[in-house]
Write a protein that binds this ligand. Structure first.
Ligand code: BDR
Ligand code: CA
Length: 310
């Protein structure tokens, strides 16, 4: 039986690759995409999510959620993802509709309608939608099977400030709610995603698929690689969000530790930092499987094989 997931997302080229990987994989049943404000404002993230579903040839419903973090002004990342959030080859205006229900209500209703422990949440952006659902309907919290998310960093530090990774930094109060929720967490931090770097050969293999999906993935990766290679001086760009979906398909690609992770919400200097007790130097209860390693070749083999199916 495929695992039922909701992908909560702010596309984002790497979100887009993650969504396509999920939609191409029979191990997963994507119930819905829920859009949140993050890389770009909500009107663009929901639009991009619908373009991605249309590109995949599927009909997964798309819901729009929160347009601003719980307590702060939205910080966006056009400097990485471009003006649209999905700069690369232009995609047609989506005819795939936006659902009328708010994403938070949809998340609450879906968790209530399914047996406990059968829905996995996959946040690929700021955690605002999920935290709002948990605040509004605490009865759904014990019904969540697992949350597998991209966010945070330990030894790699941050990518939006020296201490904080973008998804956690944008809405640290929401992240704090999730990390304290008691739901089993799997975290893909920068420590993993900075090892999941694209290569020229892989981008060309995507282009060589000769399909609309292959063309789009190659153009998206080309676009944000320019920014990342300049920033990190690395060979390629990190495909952050697809690590979440790859884990659901093949967890053996990743290694990590079950540790305590808490979120800084007060200090202006380290706001949004994931304080990860990697060396277990405190007696704080472990609350997250915090990943540190990835089999890069296996990860890209999986992506190539699956994206080739669309
Ligand atoms: C995360 O931030 C976004 O820009 C990416 O889509 C990813 O989810 C990486 O820090
Ligand atoms: Ca994202």
């Amino acid at each position: 039986m495929p695992r039922k997931i909701i992908i909560d997302t702010d596309p984002g080229q790497d979100d887009a690759v993650a969504i396509l990987l999920a939609l191409a994989s029979p191990e997963l049943e994507v119930i819905s995409l829920t859009a949140v404000a993050g890389n770009v404002p909500l009107p663009l993230t929901q639009w991009n999510a619908r373009q991605i579903v249309e590109l995949s040839g599927k009909s997964t419903p798309v819901y729009a959620g929160c347009d601003a973090p719980l307590k702060r002004k939205l910080v966006t990342a056009e400097h990485v993802h471009g003006k649209t959030g999905l700069d690369g080859i232009p995609l047609p205006a989506p005819s795939h509709p936006l659902q009328s229900q708010h994403a938070v209500d949809h998340i609450i209703d879906t968790l209530r309608a399914h047996p406990p422990g059968t829905i996995t949440l996959c946040p690929l952006g700021p955690l605002t939608n999920i935290a709002t659902a948990f605040q509004r309907a605490p009865d759904i919290i014990p019904r969540v099977a697992e949350i597998v998310l991209m966010g945070g960093g330990c030894f790699e530090g941050g990518n939006i400030t020296p201490a904080a990774e973008f998804n956690i930094y944008v809405d640290p109060e929401a992240a704090d709610i999730i990390f304290r929720s008691g739901v089993p967490l799997v975290v893909m931090p920068l420590d993993v995603t900075h090892k999941a770097l694209t290569s020229r050969a892989w981008i060309e293999a995507m282009r060589a698929l000769g399909t609309p999906v292959g063309q789009a993935v190659a153009s998206w990766t080309d676009f944000f690689e320019r920014f990342d290679t300049a920033k990190y001086g690395s060979e390629g760009a990190p495909l952050h969000d697809p690590c979440v979906i790859a884990y659901l398909i093949n967890p053996a690609l990743f290694t990590g530790r079950h540790i305590n992770v808490e979120i800084e919400t007060a200090s202006p200097l380290t706001l949004g930092m994931t304080v990860a007790d990697w060396w277990r130097v405190t007696d704080r209860e472990p609350n997250a499987m915090f990943m540190g390693g990835v089999d890069r070749d296996g990860f890209y083999r999986l992506l190539t094989e699956r994206l080739g199916r669309l």
